[in-house]
Design a protein around this ligand. Structure first.
Ligand SMILES: N[C@@H](CCC(=O)N[C@@H](CS)C(=O)NCC(=O)O)C(=O)O
Length: 217
């Protein structure tokens, strides 16, 4: 059965691949699973039909038959568990890959989101200049730790996994900050992720939505 995901009708990131439907698209592309996309406006996301799918009125969601999921991490995990290619067969290696999925979302993403939200929403506030260095330091702390663990490996734990898919997705949100470039091995790791054919297909698909919406303006 072809799953349907939701994505922004008009992504605030203007097609830069930072909205969280991108990680779900990427996972589906990695495993070769075709999918449909239902585009939703900001208004529609807060209406009852969408709130039934997503209690917090956000994207992405994932529907497959009578299964409806929300939270990008849970959706990627579901895809990885239903198809070969994103989680190792070996039970211990699989558990470690899942640890990296949680690490990406629960440990690395929060300081990155805090930094990007401050830049978006607080830039004109009196305290922004004082707050910014601390926010950047919080991100550097995590990147330093991640950089030490990654070392000169291609991926976090053996072959590419859903853990890398989520970690690269999260790290990409830092691109405009310049911080990624302070950690050569992490910058190369992110570049390896972006070079994967599945990433490129997913990126092109979400960019096409933004381009079509812009033409209709
Ligand atoms: N933890 C959630 C976060 C979902 C989320 O923040 N989605 C954003 C788009 S990337 C959204 O829908 N923002 C609109 C809103 O919150 O009103 C996940 O990973 O799926």
């Amino acid at each position: 059965m072809t799953p349907t995901i939701t994505a922004f009708e008009r992504s605030p990131d203007r097609g830069r691949g930072l909205a969280r439907d991108m990680r779900v698209r990427w996972a589906l592309e990695e495993v070769g699973q075709p999918y449909d996309v239902r585009l939703v406006s900001f208004q529609a996301m807060k209406e009852p039909a969408h709130l039934t799918l997503h209690p917090f009125g956000q994207i992405p969601t994932y529907e497959e038959g009578d299964l409806a999921l929300f939270e990008s991490g849970a959706i990627v995990l579901h895809i990885a568990e239903c198809h070969a290619g994103l989680l190792p067969e070996d039970a211990h290696a699989r558990a470690r890959a899942i640890s990296w999925m949680f690490a990406a979302l629960a440990t690395v993403e929060p300081p990155i989101v805090e930094l990007s939200m401050a830049a978006l929403l607080e830039r004109d506030k009196a305290w922004y200049g004082e707050r910014l260095p601390g926010l950047r330091e919080n991100v550097r702390k995590r990147l330093g730790e991640l950089s030490r663990r990654l070392g000169d490996a291609d991926w976090l734990d053996g072959g590419f996994s859903a853990g890398d898919l989520l970690m690269v997705s999260v790290l990409l949100r830092l691109r405009s900050s310049g911080i990624l470039d302070e950690y050569a091995n992490i910058a190369n790791y992110v570049a390896r992720g972006e070079a994967r054919p599945a990433y490129r297909s997913a990126f092109a698909a979400q960019l096409a939505v933004f381009t079509a919406a812009s033409k209709g303006e």
